[in-house]
Design a binder for this molecule. Structure first.
Ligand code: MN
Length: 228
């Protein structure tokens, strides 16, 4: 069928060692997946089942670069996260079979309008406008599993204008990548192209216009943004 409007242009994430891009389908995020960050957000780091929220697929900004300071906030926060990129999907995926679905991994930023999130929590309202705004999901090039395997440990860090703000280790994740995929696939049918942001370690904080944010994960890569 002809379309009454032009079809949306897909977001393609560069893949290390390939000239072909990874087309983004959906973006899911896990909340509070590191005990020290759960505590800093006033939560209880007990191992409660993971909870999920989403961002629009076109919030992804492959390669980072200049990210416009978003409207309607005075408290934009950085959260560095391991991003899982699915090469295959499914429903009710068992933990033991979950990692087979992963195409690769990236370093991502779950940018958050913390003031809107606080207000939403207070009023029992949805987090959408706090989490799912334009350009809220910058991410690095994907490292295919074929090259790096499945990183279960390794430093995850973030600095702002050269000063370190976040540092943790992937080994501190409350729920592993396999467990996250298994849980999430019990709620929705996952599909090739889905991205999952897996939570952030402690040290989240505000960024301002002009700030240079650099973040990385050992063995996965690095990402830089400039808040414009
Ligand atoms: Mn997050």
């Amino acid at each position: 069928m002809e379309t009454v409007l032009p079809l949306p242009v897909p977001v393609l994430v560069p893949v290390q060692g390939s000239s072909a891009g990874f087309p983004v389908r959906r973006i899911y995020c896990v909340g509070r997946n590191y005990a020290d960050h759960a505590r800093e957000m006033g939560g209880d780091p007990k191992r409660e089942p993971p909870f999920f929220f989403g961002k629009p697929w076109d919030a992804a900004v492959p390669g980072g670069g200049v990210i416009a300071y978003p409207p309607a906030t005075a408290d934009l926060h950085h959260e560095v996260e391991l991003v899982v990129a699915l090469g295959q999907g499914g429903r009710d995926i068992p933990v033991e079979a979950a990692l087979e679905r992963v195409f690769g991994y990236a370093v991502g930023l779950d940018l958050t309008r913390r003031d809107l999130q606080a207000r939403a929590k207070e009023k029992g309202q949805p987090w959408e406008m706090a989490k799912g705004f334009d350009q809220s999901a910058p991410l690095s090039a994907l490292m295919p599993v074929a090259q790096i395997g499945h990183p279960a440990s390794g430093a995850i860090w973030l600095s702002v204008n050269g000063a370190e703000r976040q540092r943790g280790d992937l080994g501190q994740m409350t729920w592993s990548v396999a467990e996250i995929i298994a849980h999430l696939s019990g709620f929705v049918a996952l599909a090739p192209g889905d991205l999952i942001f897996t939570g952030t370690p402690a040290g989240v904080g505000a960024i301002q216009k002009g700030d240079r944010v650099r973040c990385g994960i050992e063995g996965v890569g690095e990402l830089k943004i400039l808040v414009g």
